[in-house]
Design a protein around this ligand. Sequence first.
Ligand code: NG1
Length: 575
Amino acid sequence: MAAQLPIPLYTTLADAFPTSDIALKHAARFNDLAQEFEHRFGHKPTYIARAPGRVNLIGEHIDYALFGVFPTAIEQDIIIACAPHEPSTRDPGHVNAHNVTPKYVPQSFTPMLRRRADSIAKQEKQEEEEQGNLYLESDWHLDIDKRELRWESYVKAGYYGVLNNYFSASSTSGVHPKPADILVTGNVPPGSGVSSSAAMVVASTLAFLAVNGKLEQQGNGLTKGKLVSMAVENEKRVGVNSGGMDQAASILGTANSALYISFYPSLAAELVTLPTTIPGTKEEEAVFVITNSLVVSDKVVGAKTRYNLRVVETLLAARLLAIHLSLPASFYESTVTPNRPTLREVVSAFILQYYSGATEPVPEKELENGLEMFLDMVEVLKGETVREAMGFPQPEDESEQGLKIEEIIKASGMDEATFREVYLSWVDVEATYFQLYKRTRHIITESLRVLEFRDLCLAASNAPSSGSNISTLEALGSLMNGSQESCSKLYECSCPELDQLTRICRESGALGSRLSGAGWGGCAVSLVPASEVTTFIQSVKERYPGYQGLSEEKLNEAIFATRPASGAFVYKLTE
Ligand code: NG1
């Protein structure tokens, strides 16, 4: 299974890419970066870490509710040249971080070992020791400014995981992180829903692993799966409580396949061949085209009313549904985060209760049927219904389906202090009405669309048919359109420009078009018949208002066809 594989370490780029054309194109960029590194730091880099961005074909905002998603890695990537600092007399772990883009000014920082606050240390110590782990009362600290978006925050975020996973014993063992020089560049457009942030964090994590010799050290349990978990934890340090899709796609991506990534009961990735070539030939029948709305969505700054609020809304919905199902105390104790179940876990519990014969992990087919039935139950989350059941007054606006936090607290069956501790202490969110019904309806229908999308792809690759896949492609396109509608109306994570852009894409010949990534701006992805790609691109360039007056170069960065690309790796430079 992909997650168990070791992290690829190459000494020849020809081994790292699927074709020699692609390898040659990247080789020129890798060379330029190595030369610029030598120019800036006066010595050669020893490694170049690479992590691609990703496009999510379908399955938006469901990864943090632990439902499976369907992304592919893309060719655009972040690359980081790195080497131990010479001479190595700097403080342990000191970093000189440069970025090829001049607006990102060079930064230097040194991690500090800090004793944990006694109150935290006591509780953590007990938890770790109960699990038989060694507990150290210090951890590494790097200042990350969460109030503004700083480029080096992503570098620091990647470094955190390496320090705390591999150097936690430094204070006692005398093994210190090496001082390092790093130089970053990349061509994943930032703030566009193709995961430049995950690509940065994954590449940074890999660079610090490489500089410290951890990739070549035997027996340290470093697999792609472990790297995904580290990268997810690392990205949280920048202030976004992301799911795991982006990091998993960037690390596990494979040329020519999409990934069905599931997170429950544990991370698993299945390679799925897309029916975009004509069976029995290498001829393309359809391609995915990315179009950037050019609305930059700043995930960190808008987190409390957008991304993080959605994460909390879905968790609150899960609690109310678990109460509705009268799930036993043992259920809450056994969830991935104890006492804070996710929607996926509630769905599983519902299926296990319904089909007495089923056991975990719930088989895919039963998951699909179970989700269909679960949809009916989601109705109980409507504001009106909850208020009626609890005897709360209805608001003046009778169409308001949301719930106030005080109402949710009462309906949660928890005392206020515990509720705030469990749901609100770790995240900053802001809303008058929490929209549990609409968000949950999106999550359940979107999860069903993902499963259907995957089934269609698997059926097409298993069917020994020859000739066109067009009806399958049309069905995939229609699922993508359904996803856009749901993101826009129920999850409210689209924006007028993305709604307009996806409509123009459909009118220009796409079989389906939808936003990709967190939304509120960023990119859309469209499925376009190969024979129509040129006219499609031309039409969108002419019709989307945001593209008017742009240079050809800027337009080509904003709209481009993409194919599933290889995942993250490290390139070792040899003399
Ligand atoms: P983007 O905005 O593409 O980075 C974010 C999350 C994903 C997922 C999508 C919505 C991060 C790093 N990534 O993607 O995990 O939840 O939104 O499907 O926050």
